[in-house]
Write a protein that binds this ligand. Structure first.
Ligand SMILES: Nc1ncnc2c1ncn2[C@@H]1O[C@H](COP(=O)(O)OP(=O)(O)OP(=O)(O)O)[C@@H](O)[C@H]1O
Ligand SMILES: [Mg+2]
Length: 236
Protein backbone atom coordinates (compact mmCIF):
# COMPACT_ATOMS: atom_id res chain seq x y z
CA UNK A 1 0.00 0.00 0.00
CA UNK A 2 1.37 3.42 -0.91
CA UNK A 3 1.96 5.89 1.91
CA UNK A 4 -0.44 8.35 0.34
CA UNK A 5 -3.39 5.94 0.60
CA UNK A 6 -5.46 5.65 3.76
CA UNK A 7 -8.10 3.17 2.65
CA UNK A 8 -7.92 0.36 0.14
CA UNK A 9 -11.03 -1.67 -0.67
CA UNK A 10 -10.18 -4.72 -2.77
CA UNK A 11 -12.71 -7.08 -4.44
CA UNK A 12 -15.20 -6.68 -1.61
CA UNK A 13 -18.44 -8.65 -1.62
CA UNK A 14 -21.14 -8.67 1.06
CA UNK A 15 -23.95 -11.19 1.19
CA UNK A 16 -26.57 -11.18 3.95
CA UNK A 17 -28.34 -14.40 4.78
CA UNK A 18 -31.79 -14.13 6.25
CA UNK A 19 -34.78 -16.50 6.31
CA UNK A 20 -32.79 -19.06 4.29
CA UNK A 21 -32.23 -16.59 1.45
CA UNK A 22 -29.01 -14.88 0.35
CA UNK A 23 -29.03 -11.21 -0.49
CA UNK A 24 -26.03 -9.91 -2.45
CA UNK A 25 -25.71 -6.36 -1.17
CA UNK A 26 -22.23 -5.45 -2.49
CA UNK A 27 -20.47 -6.93 -5.51
CA UNK A 28 -16.80 -6.63 -6.36
CA UNK A 29 -16.23 -3.20 -4.87
CA UNK A 30 -12.80 -1.70 -5.54
CA UNK A 31 -11.45 1.74 -4.72
CA UNK A 32 -8.74 3.45 -2.73
CA UNK A 33 -8.78 6.79 -0.99
CA UNK A 34 -5.91 9.26 -0.68
CA UNK A 35 -4.93 10.54 2.76
CA UNK A 36 -6.45 13.93 3.50
CA UNK A 37 -8.96 13.83 0.63
CA UNK A 38 -12.73 14.05 0.86
CA UNK A 39 -15.14 11.80 -0.99
CA UNK A 40 -18.89 11.46 -1.23
CA UNK A 41 -20.76 8.20 -1.74
CA UNK A 42 -24.19 8.59 -3.28
CA UNK A 43 -26.87 6.16 -4.43
CA UNK A 44 -30.53 5.24 -3.98
CA UNK A 45 -31.95 3.89 -0.74
CA UNK A 46 -30.99 0.24 -0.29
CA UNK A 47 -28.06 0.40 -2.73
CA UNK A 48 -25.53 -0.64 -0.04
CA UNK A 49 -24.00 2.66 1.14
CA UNK A 50 -24.31 2.08 4.89
CA UNK A 51 -23.16 -1.51 4.47
CA UNK A 52 -20.08 -0.33 2.59
CA UNK A 53 -19.24 2.30 5.20
CA UNK A 54 -19.54 -0.28 7.97
CA UNK A 55 -17.11 -2.61 6.17
CA UNK A 56 -14.61 0.20 5.55
CA UNK A 57 -14.72 1.19 9.24
CA UNK A 58 -14.27 -2.36 10.55
CA UNK A 59 -17.74 -2.42 12.09
CA UNK A 60 -18.71 -5.40 9.97
CA UNK A 61 -16.88 -8.09 7.97
CA UNK A 62 -17.08 -8.57 4.23
CA UNK A 63 -18.12 -11.95 2.81
CA UNK A 64 -14.97 -11.86 0.68
CA UNK A 65 -12.32 -9.33 -0.29
CA UNK A 66 -10.08 -7.10 1.76
CA UNK A 67 -10.25 -3.73 3.49
CA UNK A 68 -6.91 -2.14 4.37
CA UNK A 69 -7.07 0.93 6.58
CA UNK A 70 -3.98 2.98 7.41
CA UNK A 71 -1.83 -0.01 6.37
CA UNK A 72 -3.78 -2.38 8.64
CA UNK A 73 -5.51 -5.33 6.97
CA UNK A 74 -8.86 -5.60 8.78
CA UNK A 75 -9.72 -8.99 7.29
CA UNK A 76 -8.59 -11.33 10.03
CA UNK A 77 -8.69 -9.10 13.08
CA UNK A 78 -10.66 -10.07 16.20
CA UNK A 79 -13.50 -7.89 17.54
CA UNK A 80 -11.18 -6.45 20.20
CA UNK A 81 -8.47 -5.68 17.67
CA UNK A 82 -11.01 -4.00 15.39
CA UNK A 83 -12.29 -1.89 18.30
CA UNK A 84 -8.74 -0.70 19.00
CA UNK A 85 -8.14 0.14 15.31
CA UNK A 86 -11.39 2.11 15.27
CA UNK A 87 -10.54 4.04 18.43
CA UNK A 88 -7.05 4.93 17.14
CA UNK A 89 -7.94 5.80 13.54
CA UNK A 90 -11.62 6.29 12.88
CA UNK A 91 -14.53 8.58 13.60
CA UNK A 92 -18.00 7.37 12.62
CA UNK A 93 -21.23 9.32 12.40
CA UNK A 94 -24.04 6.78 12.21
CA UNK A 95 -27.18 7.29 10.16
CA UNK A 96 -29.17 6.45 13.30
CA UNK A 97 -26.70 8.23 15.68
CA UNK A 98 -26.16 5.26 18.05
CA UNK A 99 -25.69 7.35 21.15
CA UNK A 100 -25.57 5.51 24.47
CA UNK A 101 -29.02 6.06 26.01
CA UNK A 102 -27.81 5.94 29.62
CA UNK A 103 -25.15 8.62 29.11
CA UNK A 104 -25.67 12.38 28.79
CA UNK A 105 -24.64 14.28 25.66
CA UNK A 106 -21.39 15.28 27.38
CA UNK A 107 -20.63 11.73 28.56
CA UNK A 108 -21.32 10.36 25.07
CA UNK A 109 -18.74 12.72 23.59
CA UNK A 110 -16.25 11.80 26.34
CA UNK A 111 -16.34 8.02 25.69
CA UNK A 112 -13.77 7.78 22.84
CA UNK A 113 -11.42 10.13 24.72
CA UNK A 114 -11.70 8.04 27.89
CA UNK A 115 -10.88 4.91 25.89
CA UNK A 116 -7.71 6.64 24.73
CA UNK A 117 -6.95 7.82 28.29
CA UNK A 118 -6.54 11.38 27.08
CA UNK A 119 -6.17 14.43 29.29
CA UNK A 120 -8.65 17.31 29.82
CA UNK A 121 -11.40 15.08 28.51
CA UNK A 122 -14.29 17.08 29.92
CA UNK A 123 -13.17 20.45 28.59
CA UNK A 124 -12.39 18.99 25.14
CA UNK A 125 -15.87 17.41 25.05
CA UNK A 126 -17.57 20.63 26.22
CA UNK A 127 -15.71 22.62 23.59
CA UNK A 128 -16.91 20.20 20.89
CA UNK A 129 -20.50 20.40 22.10
CA UNK A 130 -20.20 24.19 21.94
CA UNK A 131 -18.91 23.95 18.34
CA UNK A 132 -22.00 21.98 17.29
CA UNK A 133 -24.24 24.50 19.09
CA UNK A 134 -25.20 22.29 22.04
CA UNK A 135 -23.33 23.81 25.00
CA UNK A 136 -26.65 24.23 26.83
CA UNK A 137 -27.71 20.63 26.23
CA UNK A 138 -24.64 18.88 27.63
CA UNK A 139 -26.55 17.24 30.52
CA UNK A 140 -29.45 16.03 28.39
CA UNK A 141 -29.85 12.33 27.75
CA UNK A 142 -30.41 11.24 24.12
CA UNK A 143 -34.20 10.85 24.65
CA UNK A 144 -34.26 14.49 25.76
CA UNK A 145 -32.69 15.65 22.48
CA UNK A 146 -34.29 16.18 19.07
CA UNK A 147 -33.13 14.03 16.13
CA UNK A 148 -30.96 16.84 14.76
CA UNK A 149 -29.47 17.46 18.21
CA UNK A 150 -28.63 13.76 18.61
CA UNK A 151 -26.99 13.91 15.19
CA UNK A 152 -24.85 16.82 16.32
CA UNK A 153 -23.80 14.99 19.51
CA UNK A 154 -22.85 12.03 17.32
CA UNK A 155 -20.78 14.42 15.22
CA UNK A 156 -19.01 15.90 18.26
CA UNK A 157 -18.24 12.36 19.45
CA UNK A 158 -16.82 11.39 16.05
CA UNK A 159 -14.63 14.52 15.99
CA UNK A 160 -13.35 14.15 19.54
CA UNK A 161 -10.24 12.11 18.75
CA UNK A 162 -9.32 14.08 15.57
CA UNK A 163 -9.42 10.80 13.65
CA UNK A 164 -7.27 10.05 10.60
CA UNK A 165 -10.47 9.18 8.73
CA UNK A 166 -14.06 10.12 9.40
CA UNK A 167 -16.99 8.15 8.00
CA UNK A 168 -20.24 10.10 8.03
CA UNK A 169 -23.52 8.45 7.06
CA UNK A 170 -25.92 11.22 6.00
CA UNK A 171 -24.42 13.71 8.49
CA UNK A 172 -26.80 16.50 7.52
CA UNK A 173 -29.83 14.29 6.84
CA UNK A 174 -31.85 15.50 9.83
CA UNK A 175 -30.74 19.11 10.00
CA UNK A 176 -32.32 22.36 8.84
CA UNK A 177 -30.51 24.38 6.16
CA UNK A 178 -28.74 26.74 8.55
CA UNK A 179 -27.50 23.99 10.90
CA UNK A 180 -26.44 21.87 7.88
CA UNK A 181 -24.20 24.66 6.65
CA UNK A 182 -22.53 24.94 10.08
CA UNK A 183 -22.00 21.19 10.33
CA UNK A 184 -20.60 21.01 6.80
CA UNK A 185 -18.18 23.77 7.73
CA UNK A 186 -17.03 21.77 10.78
CA UNK A 187 -16.50 18.69 8.61
CA UNK A 188 -14.43 20.53 6.04
CA UNK A 189 -12.49 22.42 8.76
CA UNK A 190 -11.52 19.07 10.26
CA UNK A 191 -10.44 18.01 6.77
CA UNK A 192 -8.27 21.07 6.11
CA UNK A 193 -6.99 21.75 9.66
CA UNK A 194 -6.46 18.25 11.09
CA UNK A 195 -5.96 16.51 7.72
CA UNK A 196 -8.83 14.12 8.48
CA UNK A 197 -9.92 12.15 5.41
CA UNK A 198 -13.68 12.48 4.92
CA UNK A 199 -15.94 9.76 3.54
CA UNK A 200 -19.47 11.10 3.44
CA UNK A 201 -22.60 9.23 2.40
CA UNK A 202 -25.14 11.78 1.28
CA UNK A 203 -28.19 12.35 -0.89
CA UNK A 204 -27.34 16.06 -0.94
CA UNK A 205 -25.65 16.77 -4.27
CA UNK A 206 -24.56 20.20 -3.12
CA UNK A 207 -22.66 18.69 -0.19
CA UNK A 208 -21.24 15.97 -2.48
CA UNK A 209 -19.97 18.63 -4.90
CA UNK A 210 -17.89 20.20 -2.09
CA UNK A 211 -15.78 17.02 -1.78
CA UNK A 212 -12.93 15.98 -4.12
CA UNK A 213 -14.62 12.92 -5.56
CA UNK A 214 -18.00 11.22 -5.94
CA UNK A 215 -18.55 7.46 -5.98
CA UNK A 216 -22.02 6.45 -7.18
CA UNK A 217 -23.49 3.11 -6.15
CA UNK A 218 -26.47 1.26 -7.64
CA UNK A 219 -27.59 -2.19 -6.50
CA UNK A 220 -24.30 -2.89 -4.76
CA UNK A 221 -22.08 -1.91 -7.70
CA UNK A 222 -19.97 1.18 -8.28
CA UNK A 223 -21.41 2.77 -11.42
CA UNK A 224 -19.16 5.81 -11.46
CA UNK A 225 -16.15 7.16 -9.60
CA UNK A 226 -15.19 10.68 -10.68
CA UNK A 227 -13.41 13.76 -9.35
CA UNK A 228 -15.72 16.69 -8.69
CA UNK A 229 -15.41 19.99 -10.53
CA UNK A 230 -13.90 21.41 -7.36
CA UNK A 231 -11.10 18.81 -7.48
CA UNK A 232 -10.49 19.38 -11.20
CA UNK A 233 -10.21 23.15 -10.62
CA UNK A 234 -7.58 22.56 -7.92
CA UNK A 235 -5.51 20.38 -10.26
CA UNK A 236 -5.52 22.99 -13.08
N1 LIG B 1 -28.31 -7.07 8.64
C1 LIG B 1 -28.95 -7.20 7.47
N2 LIG B 1 -29.52 -8.37 7.10
C2 LIG B 1 -30.14 -8.51 5.92
N3 LIG B 1 -30.23 -7.54 4.99
C3 LIG B 1 -29.68 -6.35 5.28
C4 LIG B 1 -29.01 -6.10 6.54
N4 LIG B 1 -28.56 -4.83 6.55
C5 LIG B 1 -28.93 -4.29 5.35
N5 LIG B 1 -29.60 -5.20 4.60
C6 LIG B 1 -30.11 -4.97 3.23
O1 LIG B 1 -29.02 -4.56 2.44
C7 LIG B 1 -29.40 -3.57 1.50
C8 LIG B 1 -28.46 -2.38 1.61
O2 LIG B 1 -28.68 -1.73 2.87
P1 LIG B 1 -27.91 -0.40 3.26
O3 LIG B 1 -28.34 -0.06 4.64
O4 LIG B 1 -26.47 -0.59 3.01
O5 LIG B 1 -28.51 0.62 2.18
P2 LIG B 1 -28.29 2.19 2.00
O6 LIG B 1 -27.74 2.41 0.63
O7 LIG B 1 -27.49 2.72 3.14
O8 LIG B 1 -29.77 2.78 2.05
P3 LIG B 1 -30.37 4.14 2.69
O9 LIG B 1 -30.08 5.25 1.71
O10 LIG B 1 -31.84 3.86 2.79
O11 LIG B 1 -29.73 4.35 4.03
C9 LIG B 1 -30.85 -3.23 1.81
O12 LIG B 1 -31.66 -3.82 0.83
C10 LIG B 1 -31.10 -3.82 3.17
O13 LIG B 1 -32.42 -4.29 3.29
MG1 LIG C 1 -27.93 3.97 4.72
Amino acid sequence: MQDTIILDVINVYKTYKSAGKSLNVLQDINFSIDKGSSIAITGPSGSGKTTLLGLCAGLDKSTSGKVILNNIDLTNLSEDELAAVRNQNIGFIFQNFQLMPTLTALENVMVPLELRREKNIKSVALDLLDKVGLADRSHHYPVQLSGGEQQRVSLARAFSTKPAILFADEPTGNLDGETSVKIEQLLFDLNTQAGTTLVIVTHDLELASKTNRIIKIRNGNIISDEPTEKALKTIV
